[in-house]
Design a protein around this ligand. Structure first.
Ligand code: 5GP
Length: 113
């Protein structure tokens, strides 16, 4: 199976500004930021989307959330931030490799559009 776009970033086959990585997850800056700080954190395993995660993915998904909070702290988002998973076309999902958006650096409106 061919690699996803985000696997290629994780494997440094295409450029990306990586801000954190370990053996399970990689965090890199979004190419088209929607906020002053906009980072994507992804599992190295190419799970397509949260709706297709399996019970065996529980540990990596828990790890991803804990690391998302750590990355947000490291990036200085002390005033708050938002974590977003877009799942499927109605949510605007564009890249079929599970990713958590870390958004911050400005006051974020609620509800989202
Ligand atoms: P989605 O809409 O699927 O939840 O979000 C996909 C995100 O990936 C978008 O915010 C988009 O800007 C970002 N993105 C798409 N292609 C690339 C790329 O090649 N590099 C990086 N760093 N981000 C990308």
């Amino acid at each position: 199976m061919s690699k996803t776009l985000f696997q290629k970033i994780c494997d440094r086959e295409i450029p990306g500004t990586i801000v954190y990585e370990d053996d399970q997850v990689v965090a890199f800056r979004d190419i088209n930021p929607a906020a002053p700080t906009h980072v994507l954190i992804v599992p190295r395993k190419p799970i397509a989307r949260i709706g297709e995660a399996a019970p065996e993915d529980q540990a990596v998904l828990g790890h991803l959330l804990l690391k998302a909070a750590e990355v947000a702290r490291q990036l200085g988002l002390h005033g708050g931030y938002r974590l977003v998973f877009n799942n499927g076309p109605d949510a605007g999902e564009a890249v079929p490799h599970l990713h958590c958006h870390i958004l911050g650096g400005r006051r974020l409106a609620w509800p989202p559009g």
